[in-house]
Every structure is written in structure tokens, then in C-alpha cells.
Design a protein around this ligand. Structure first.
Ligand SMILES: Cc1ncc(COP(=O)(O)O)c(C=O)c1O
Length: 326
């Protein structure tokens, strides 16, 4: 477990030693997956750690709560401040940040709403999710035998704990077959996403990525990469793709907070393009890693520097408690 016992976890409003941030085995989320969570990174910059896309992640956490009918007892600004406080308290230069909102004890009923709402923020150092060489050399992936949820069977826009059993099946199957990751198709057979990453395919200078209707999580990194591609003047199409596309692509890359921007060098043992990172992927990586390291100007305001005081203001505040319009 990467969380050291002496590190601090923000738990229901205050920082406590990790060893004390424990939950009863009667917690509803443990049985039924009634939790929502986020995965966020803070990057080391010359001005200290900077949280990447903090408002976007807080917004998605609130969206997930709304889907799960969870009344979050903190405002978006309160959550953003608590994240900054936890990173500061643990003295990280860079880290992974895991906010989780879950149903605690209170009921064993499948209607979870009598169970208490609990909130924790966990931080820990984390390197390259898909391996040290992955960013340069690329990874070998398979098309998973598992499908993403059919329309009307889940809420892919939400980062909801229980929905991640599918991702676990995808990840275990890929590992068992000697692949780094699996790419799942949606219920109709179109390319959807990895167990924890969005997928981009480059062919003839055009970048293609599945639309939100393809049962994908609206990845924050996906949004960042779409913006960067726009800046670079690379044409992008959000459209459904058959799996054939993966075999005839010039480049394929995965995006996610954990995976960052990772090239794919083969799919189902079929080499992608030249079998190494392609030029579009390299350009996107240069921008992404340049901005997150503070080497390139943060022209879109994606970094919240946390040593200098409060976290960046949270956009999308209409979702704050008591501010809902309808
Ligand atoms: C299923 C799934 N898809 C895509 C992503 C990428 O999303 P993001 O870029 O917000 O980390 C993640 C990771 O959070 C994920 O779990």
C-alpha cells in the first residue's frame, strides 16, 4: 500500500494520521459500491506542487455525487481547499490525490440514502502508472473481451465505485494475457476506453476519439488533450470507431490522470504504425509534460499552485450546495 501510516488523510473535515482513517465493516460502500471518487495529480513545479485541473476534477466529483443522490456536505471551494490542505500537510512535491465520497454505516438496504455520507482525501507519491518506459516506448494492449455498460445499465459519466468492477475485469484479463492494458468496446461493438484511460487514434493526420455516447468517462485529460490538439491545429473527430481502426492506425495513445499521455505500440500483437511513439503523440506529450512541469506557460490556467495560499477558484460553482437551479 503506497500510503505510509504516518501520512495525513483528510477525513470528514479534519486531517488525521492514516492509521486512524478507518471505516466500519458495516459501511454501505464496502458491500454495494456506493462511492464516488476522483483521481487527481499534483505536479512538481519551481513554485512548488501544483494541482492539475483541480476545478474540473471537483466539478466531476460533484457530478458523480449528484448521479448517486449524495448530498455532499462541503462546497466545491471547501473540497478544493481540503485537497490543497492535504497535499501541503503531507509535504509532497508531486503526488496522486484520491478524494472519495462514500456511504458509511446506517443501512444494508439497497436504497443507500439512510447511510451516512463520509468524505476522505488521500494523497501519496505515484510515478508512471503504466510503467517507467511506457511514456517513451509505448505499451502493448489488447481489445478486451469485456464490454462497457450498455446504455441504461450504468452512468459512465460518473466516477462511481461500483461501476469499476468492469474496469477490474478488463485490467485483470489484460494482465493475465501479458498486456499492459485492455481496451473495451461499448455494447454496440464500437471502441470505448481502457480500464482507466480514454483512447485516441491517429490516422492520416486526423485524430479520432470516441464520443461521450460511447460509454466513456469524460476524462479530464481527454478534455486537456482535445484543447492541446486544437492549439496545435490538428483536426479532431469525436466519432464512433470499429475495432479495425486500432489495427490500421498510424498512432494510438491513451490518456488519463494516472496514465497521463501514453503511446500504444501494439494492439492484439498487431504493431501500431512504426511500433513506437508517433509524431502527433510526441507533440501532445511535449505540451502536456511541458505545462504540467511548469516548463511551458500554463496558458489555459490548468495549474493550481498550492504553496502560495488557497487553491484556484472552482469554476462551475452552480453545483454548490444550495445553489442548484432546478
Ligand atoms: C474508466 C476511466 N476512463 C477514463 C479515465 C481518464 O480520466 P481522467 O483523464 O479524468 O483521469 C479514467 C480515469 O479517471 C477512468 O477511470
Amino acid at each position: 500500500m503506497p500510503v505510509a501510516g504516518q501520512s495525513q488523510i483528510w477525513f470528514n473535515g479534519r486531517l488525521v494520521p492514516a492509521a486512524e482513517a478507518v471505516v466500519p465493516v458495516t459501511s454501505h460502500a464496502l458491500h454495494y459500491g456506493s462511492s464516488v471518487f476522483e483521481g487527481i495529480r499534483a505536479y512538481a513545479t519551481e513554485q512548488g506542487p501544483a494541482v492539475f485541473c483541480l476545478p474540473e476534477h471537483v466539478r466531476r466529483l460533484l457530478d458523480s455525487c449528484r448521479m448517486m443522490r449524495i448530498e455532499l456536505p462541503y462546497s466545491p471551494v471547501g473540497i478544493a481547499d481540503a485537497i490543497a490542505e492535504t497535499v501541503r500537510a503531507n509535504g509532497h512535491d508531486s503526488c496522486y490525490i484520491r478524494p472519495v465520497v462514500f456511504r458509511g454505516p446506517g443501512t444494508f438496504s439497497l436504497d443507500p440514502r439512510k447511510a451516512a455520507v463520509e468524505v476522505a482525501i488521500i494523497t501519496f507519491p505515484w510515478g508512471r502508472y503504466l510503467g517507467q518506459d511506457a511514456i517513451e516506448q509505448g505499451v502493448d494492449v489488447m481489445v478486451s473481451s469485456w464490454r462497457r455498460a450498455a446504455p441504461g445499465t450504468a452512468l459512465p459519466m460518473g466516477k462511481i465505485g461500483g461501476q469499476y468492477v468492469t474496469s477490474q475485469f478488463i485490467a485483470m484479463e489484460a494482465a493475465d494475457h501479458g498486456f499492459v492494458e485492455g481496451i473495451a468496446l461499448d455494447a454496440q461493438g464500437f471502441i470505448s476506453e481502457g480500464s482507466g484511460e480514454n483512447v485516441f487514434v491517429v490516422r492520416n493526420g486526423v485524430v479520432h476519439t470516441p464520443p461521450l455516447s460511447g460509454a466513456i468517462l469524460p476524462g479530464v485529460t481527454r478534455g486537456v488533450v482535445l484543447t492541446l490538439l486544437g492549439d496545435l491545429g490538428v483536426p479532431v473527430r469525436e466519432e464512433q470507431m470499429l475495432r479495425d481502426f486500432l489495427y490500421v492506425a498510424d498512432e494510438v495513445f491513451l490518456t488519463g490522470t494516472a496514465a497521463e499521455v501514453t503511446p500504444v505500440r501494439s494492439v492484439d500483437r498487431v504493431q501500431v504504425g512504426a511500433g513506437r511513439r508517433g509524431p502527433v503523440t510526441a507533440q501532445v506529450q511535449e505540451q502536456f509534460f511541458g505545462i504540467t512541469a511548469g516548463r511551458l506557460p500554463d496558458r489555459h490556467g490548468w495549474l493550481s499552485h498550492i504553496r502560495t495560499g488557497a487553491a484556484a477558484p472552482v469554476r462551475g460553482g452552480a453545483h454548490a450546495k444550495g445553489e442548484r437551479s432546478g
